[in-house]
Design a binder for this molecule. Sequence first.
Ligand code: SF4
Length: 386
Amino acid sequence: MNFYELQGPTLWAHPPSTWSSTSIDEVQACPRRWQLLRSQWGPFERFPVRPHPAAIEGQIVHEALDRLTRACGQRGNPAFGSAEFAQALSDADFFPSFARAASEWQQRLASHPRSSPAFRLRANGEELANRAVRMFRGQYKPALDGFSQVAERGVESLADLSALLRHKGALSEVKLAHPVLPFLGILDRIQRIKNGIEVVDFKTGKPSDTHRMQLLRYALLWWRTTGEAPVRVTAQYLNGAESWTVARQALEEVEVKLAKTLPLLSDALGVRPSVAMPSTGCPSCPVRAHCSSGWPMVEEASLADGRGDAELVMTASKGNHGFAARSCGGLEVAVVYEAPVAKLLPECVEGQTLRVLGGVWKEKRTQLELKSWTEVFLVPPEGRCV
Ligand code: SF4
C-alpha cells in the first residue's frame, strides 16, 4: 500500500527503556508526536519525514556549528587562527562534513516515497560551509578569562571519576546513567572551579529554560555517580554563557520529579495512539496529517498565513487535471493539478477525506493547486472534521 494511503502505523513504537533529557522534553511536549514519529509505517522503520530543502540546509549548518561549538568549548574557546582552534575544527570534522551531509541528504530526498525534482538541496557543500563560517564568525567569542583548559575526552571508565577530574581539571563527553532511575546523559564538559564542580553544556540557538533543566538533570547524574554535588551549571552559547548556582535541594527536587514523571511518560506512550497535546507547534508538526486533535490548529494557521494545508472531502472522483471537493468550513473547492501530478496521488474516490500539505491556494481560496511537492494523505472516516 502507498505510504499516503496508510491510516496509521503498521507497528507502534514502544516507550524508551532509558530516557534522555531530550526524549523527556519531547514526550512532555506531545506524546503522540513522539510516538507517531518513531513508529513503523509500512516499509519505513520510522515516519519518513520529508523536510523542506531549505530546512535541511539550515539543519546541516546548525549541526556543524553545534559540533564546532562543543569542540571549541572543550578546548577552552581558543582564539581564531590558534593551533587549538585548528584542532577544534578537526575534532568537529567541520569542513569535510558539509559536502558529505549534502550528498547524503540528496540521496535521502531522492528515495522519499514521493520524491520530486523540487525537493533537492539548492546549496552545495561549499556554499553551506561558507554560510556556517559567516555565522560562526559573527557570534563566536574566544575566551579571555573563561575556562582555558583542554578537557580529557571520551572517558571510558567510570571507576573513579572524581579522582580523574581532580587530576585532569576538566573532562568532556562523560556518559553517565542514574544508578536507580532509567535516565542517562552525556555531559559535554565537567570541570573544577574555585569552589567546587561545574557542569557545562555547549549550545547553539537561544537561551531557554529547557537548557537549565537539562543541566540540572546532568548535575544530578554527576552527584549520584560520584557523591559530589556540582555547585554550578552553565549553558555556553557561541556569544556568551548563562550560569546558575546549584543547591542540593534543587537536585533532590529534580530527582523526585524524574522518579514521578518517567513512569507517567512511559504509560502515556503505552496508549495507541498516545494523547495529543495541540499547541502552536502543530502547523509545523511532521505527523500533523495523521493527528485529528492537532488538525484544527493546522487549519487555523493555514487560514492566517495562507499556506496550503487543508482537509477536504472529495465531492467528485479525480480526473487527470482535478476534482471537486468541500472544505472543513463547507466551502466548494476546485482541486487542480497538472497531469504528471495525478500519477502521484493516492487511490481515492468520491466521498474520501484527504489532508493536503503544501498545496497552493488560488482564486481567493476557491481553488487549491497540488504541486509536485504537495503531499496528499487519506484520512479514515472517524478522523475527519467535515
Ligand atoms: S499535530 Fe500537534 S497535537 Fe498532533 S501530534 Fe503533532 S504536535 Fe501533537
